[in-house]
Design a protein around this ligand. Structure first.
Ligand code: IPE
Ligand code: IPE
Ligand code: MG
Length: 251
């Protein structure tokens, strides 16, 4: 392992500013316990609450979580409606504590596909937390990376604006935050599943075998420590990243 300017310290002082998480494994967590899948999702909300608190405590500035994908509509109808109900209830319940913790909520995803009541609840939660500045929590809900790229291109085309990397980035759902430094997927699968396709271009990937309800503070710290030991090169060579050495002849 080489020392360089990009490396972060194990104590987290230069830890990831933006963590993104595919919260996977709720269903298996429940099935292992002979419980309905929805019980796993309920436990998943608890795990998210714990994770948010932990990230705030560790100075993370942005946490982005995948809560419901464009493809999750194809699950059994009772699971879909259960997930919608769970989200609706969590919104009402969690907003006061999020505000206490200084967390700003943003929802990223296709709102047109949601019920009018759900849309109103999302807007209300965003408005209620809009002044909070400690950490931004992006909840990707009815979200797909392909949807985001396509809607951004459509928006630019409708405005008659040129399509460039910068303009696309600006028209996408995550334009209000820097790209994720660390992308975690729990639940053991090693795939992106249509999460932040554009924004994860240079994210460090971390896969955990823990099911999302079991992903606790220690598991989060393990992911952050793993990140801290990596060298992010962004296409450069390792040597280019070395901090300038004092020139012995000039010293
Ligand atoms: C992730 O957990 C949560 C959502 C997709 C809403 P899963 O429900 O996918 O859990 P597994 O992968 O079936 O265990
Ligand atoms: C990804 O998990 C979506 C969320 C965590 C919300 P899935 O369980 O839907 O992904 P696949 O189907 O295993 O790829
Ligand atoms: Mg899954």
């Amino acid at each position: 392992m080489t020392h360089n300017a990009q490396r972060t310290t194990p104590d987290g002082s230069h830890g990831p500013q933006h963590i993104a998480i595919v919260m996977d494994g709720n269903g298996r967590w429940a099935t292992k316990r002979f419980l309905p899948r929805l019980a796993g999702h309920r436990q998943g909300v608890e795990s998210l609450r714990r994770c948010v608190r932990a990230c705030v405590a560790r100075g993370v500035r942005v946490l982005t979580v995948f809560a419901f994908s464009s493809e999750n509509w194809n699950r059994p109808p009772d699971e879909v409606s259960g997930l919608m109900e769970l989200m609706g209830k969590a919104l009402v319940r969690e907003v006061p504590q999020l505000t206490k913790d200084g967390v700003r909520l943003r929802f990223v995803g296709e709102r047109a596909g949601l019920s009018a009541g759900m849309r109103a609840a999302l807007e209300q939660a965003e408005a209620a937390t809009a002044a909070n500045v400690r950490m931004t929590l992006n909840v990707c809900f009815n979200y797909g990376g392909r949807w985001d790229i396509a809607q951004a291109a459509a928006t630019l085309a409708a405005r008659g604006e040129p399509i460039t990397e910068a303009s696309l980035h600006g028209a996408m759902g995550m334009s209000h935050v820097p790209d994720p430094d660390l992308l975690i997927r729990t639940g053991g699968e090693k795939r992106i599943s249509n999460f932040l396709l554009w924004q994860a271009a240079y994210s460090e990937l971390y896969f955990s075998d823990r099911l999302w309800p079991d992903f606790d503070e220690a598991a989060l710290d393990a992911a952050i420590a793993d990140y801290a030991a990596r060298e992010r090169r962004f296409g450069l060579t390792s040597e280019q990243l070395q901090p300038a050495q004092p020139d012995p002849l000039r010293a």
